[in-house]
Design a protein around this ligand. Structure first.
Ligand code: SAM
Length: 283
């Protein structure tokens, strides 16, 4: 018996009329749909009259589910993978299953469609010829700043997903690490009633979001212009973490190491201070 096919199917990120007829046909025709949240997806499928059975595959059980789902594919069943919204695997479950299926010789076929990252990039007004998708930043301030500091020299446009309740903190950390003058775009509630796309500097966006609580609701993508190639060239080769480690190893106190890093690499002393503390924590 020949293997079934694993379809990786994008679903709408807000506006249901964005969903393609092919995506709906595939979901109606497969034997089983693996969904991140079956209750959430059932509503969407019911809306379109799709009665295919659902099974849960989410961040906490995806490793365990792979064997069962792979067995079904090997047994000739065709499956579809969907997430709550947008394209699976983009900060959504599915990577272990897709990888295992490909390695087992199963056909994996994308049914492309909405993705918040690509939708935001297409309207952000920042260079889109080269970009890097960073997914979600760490939730904690010190780890978030450390990640941002790693990106200080990145010249490509940066794309971040963010939760609404962390948006303001994330923007403030971006101001602290990347500088208030760096250009950025906030893309909120794309394809929905309160869709907003605003291009400005990080400083101006942080002030705007702080002053308007409505901007702290709903779903959002933050896009940040890459570092200017000149700045990146100046700091190229000097990894901030390597520099801080070396200074600390040579007995420079945390405060001094942070000041030296800020002088050499740009960014704020406070951030480097926090990165030093983070690095000194036991693993
Ligand atoms: N895989 C999905 C995709 O391709 O769009 C993204 C899943 S991720 C768990 C959810 C994040 O995507 C949200 O926190 C937000 O950053 C972004 N997002 C999803 N829908 C959005 C929308 N309509 N407008 C803006 N951002 C959205």
């Amino acid at each position: 018996m020949s293997f079934g096919t694993l379809y990786v199917v994008a679903t709408p990120i807000g506006n249901l009329t964005d969903w393609s007829p092919r995506a709906r046909e595939v979901l109606a025709s497969v034997d089983l749909i693996a969904a991140e949240d079956t209750r959430h997806s059932r509503k969407l499928l019911q809306h379109f009259g799709i009665a295919t059975p659902l099974t849960a595959m989410h961040a906490h059980n995806e490793q365990q589910r792979v064997e069962d789902l792979l067995g079904r594919l090997r047994g000739g069943q065709s499956l579809a993978l969907i997430s709550d919204a947008g394209t699976p695997l983009l900060s959504d479950p599915g990577f272990p299953l897709v990888r295992a299926a490909l390695r087992a010789g199963v056909r994996v076929s994308p049914i492309p469609g909405p993705s918040a990252a690509m939708a935001a990039l297409s309207v952000c007004g920042l260079p889109s010829d080269r970009f890097t998708f960073e997914g979600f930043l760490p939730a904690k301030g010190s780890a978030r700043k450390a990640r941002l500091a790693e990106l200080l020299d990145e010249t490509r446009t940066l794309i971040f997903f963010e939760a609404p309740h962390r948006l303001l903190d994330a923007l403030r950390d971006m101001v602290a690490v990347l500088g208030a003058e760096r250009e950025a775009t906030l893309a909120r509630e794309l394809t929905k009633t309160f869709e907003t796309v605003r291009l400005g500097t990080l400083g101006a966006l942080a002030d705007w979001v702080a002053g308007d609580e409505d901007q702290q609701r709903g779903e959002c993508v933050i896009l940040v212009r890459g570092a200017s190639p000149l700045v990146a060239e100046e700091t190229a080769g000097i990894g901030q973490e390597a520099l801080l480690r070396s200074l600390l190893a040579h007995g420079v106190p945390v405060k001094g190491a942070a000041a030296i890093a800020a002088d050499l690499l740009g960014g704020s002393k406070k951030t480097y201070y926090q990165i030093c503390l983070e690095m000194q924590k036991p693993a």
